[in-house]
Design a protein around this ligand. Structure first.
Ligand SMILES: Cc1cc2nc3c(=O)[nH]c(=O)nc-3n(C[C@H](O)[C@H](O)[C@H](O)COP(=O)(O)OP(=O)(O)OC[C@H]3O[C@@H](n4cnc5c(N)ncnc54)[C@H](O)[C@@H]3O)c2cc1C
Length: 429
């Protein structure tokens, strides 16, 4: 299956989307203050925040609004970053760890507030559980909860012992303890993206779909070219993340595009849904190749598992994801799989967000490493603030240096692939 398409993937999200509008493609030469490339959460929230500050904004999207990871993801809105709090402290010191934690708390608020403000109907619910299939992880769950409760005064998370985990999910796979974070949330990701696009347009932003940027200049103003029309803009925001391809080599060498896959079962009865997810929360385990799941509004199991690092997806995606789903819920062997799809995540070497400027007038954000529902939403706010002259939050992220993948865009694949192979073997031991 090719990775660039101009229609949405055949996902549960697409089939349960609120109204999907057709937007025009760019077919003339225009001028604007800010041109944003990419209409996922990063691009759309940059656009909304900039429009609110009075900027004239144009968004160019290769495919469709929310066509990328933002319309395909697991919908989990987690706390923190893709590094636990003790790792942040160890790697960056306590003071920066605290600043980063505070920003990740702000990221969740951005999601909640935008949904409320723009009245986005996207099935937002509270609750994010972390579980594991190794009883030896119990100490780790306890320590994590204790640290957040005491050192960060974060009381919304609590420890669950293994009997509560079993009672909550009825999975033979999860036989350790876990944690339940009621500050975490889950949502319908495509409807969130579509709602953001509508909100941006109401604020005066113009969005062009099927308008792939083929080049841009780093001059002031910048000339941004698509096949059928060009934009001249004082400021450019690169919001392409894992779908960036060759548009900007300096950004491409900082992220690895990793494909991740999800399925949706047929709708389950309410009782069966509550049997495998008592409190209707979203769930992930701590495997390197993470299993994650939650229930849809119509009680389907949405289950994510499996990754690859090539330019194509596995041929039979339903069977591919069904396998890990049955490892976790063997009693669903007779349940039909209605949809399976994949998307591409931008992963940095140290799993921390890469946000900043390439030039005085060229901004970017990418590499949320699987935490982008909240962090990409925050990135839009941060980029807009920085463009408007307030870069404090961008500077905090800037203190975390993002290493370049060894070998750049050409050789990062073999090295990364070997690394992944190592970790996936470790998962199975
Ligand atoms: C299967 C999957 C599951 C995930 N699960 C979770 C989860 O549960 N929780 C979580 O927090 N995160 C999750 N993520 C990650 C999260 O979805 C992303 O971090 C987030 O959506 C990134 O948003 P973005 O706007 O930066 O990028 P994207 O949503 O990928 O948007 C980038 C856009 O740029 C466009 N584009 C690229 N190049 C050009 C160009 N040259 N010209 C014009 N447009 C261009 C693309 O078409 C695309 O629409 C998951 C991702 C995947 C794929």
């Amino acid at each position: 299956m090719p990775l660039t398409e101009t229609h949405y993937p055949d996902s549960y999200y697409y089939h349960s989307a609120n109204q999907i509008k057709d937007r025009p493609y760019l077919q003339e030469d225009i001028k604007t203050e800010v041109c944003i490339i990419g209409a996922g959460y990063t691009g759309l929230l940059s656009a909304i925040n900039l429009a609110e500050k009075g900027y004239k904004v144009v968004v160019l999207e290769s495919n469709r609004v929310g066509w990328g990871a933002s319309g395909r993801n697991g919908g989990q809105v987690g706390s923190g970053h893709n590094k636990k709090i003790h790792e942040l402290e160890k790697d960056y010191g306590e003071s920066l760890a605290r600043d980063l934690w505070n920003l990740s708390e702000e990221a969740k608020s951005v999601v909640q507030e935008r949904i409320k403000l723009h009245k986005i109907n996207c099935d937002l619910k509270q609750g994010n559980a972390s579980v594991s299939n190794d009883p030896n992880d119990d100490r780790m769950h306890r320590d994590y909860v204790e640290k957040l409760n005491s050192d960060y005064d974060y009381k919304l998370i609590r420890y669950m012992d293994s009997s509560e985990v079993s009672e909550m999910f009825h999975s033979p796979f999860f036989n350790g303890g876990g944690s339940l974070d009621m500050g975490g949330m889950h949502l319908h990701p495509l409807n969130y993206a579509l709602g953001l696009a509508d909100a941006a347009e109401k604020l005066g932003v113009t969005i062009y779909e099927q308008s792939k940027v083929i080049s841009y200049t780093k001059s002031e103003p910048s000339l941004i070219k698509t096949n059928k029309g060009n934009v001249t803009a004082k400021i450019v925001v690169l919001a392409c993340n894992a779908y960036l391809e060759k548009l900007e080599r300096k950004l491409a060498v900082k992220i690895m595009p990793v494909n991740n896959f999800i399925l949706a079962t047929e709708p389950l009865s309410k009782e069966d849904a509550r049997y495998i997810n008592r409190d209707d929360v979203c769930v992930h385990d701590n495997k390197f190749h993470v299993h994650y799941f939650r229930m849809s509004q119509d009680n389907r199991l949405l289950f994510g598992g499996g990754e690859n690092y090539t330019r194509t997806y596995p041929k039979d995606l339903k069977s591919y994801v069904r396998k890990p789903m049955l490892d976790v819920f063997p009693h669903l062997s007779k349940t039909a799989i209605d949809y399976a799809w994949g998307g591409t995540i931008g992963v940095t070497v140290n799993r921390m967000t890469h946000i900043g400027r390439l030039e005085k007038n060229i901004y970017f954000s990418q590499g949320y490493s699987g935490h982008g529902v909240a962090l990409a939403s925050l990135a839009g706010t941060i980029i807009a603030e920085a463009i408007d002259g307030e870069a404090t939050k961008m500077d905090i992220f800037g203190k975390v240096k993002i290493p370049t993948y060894p070998g750049g865009t050409l050789l990062r694949w073999p090295g990364f692939y070997l690394g992944m192979l190592y970790y996936s073997l470790r998962d199975r031991l």
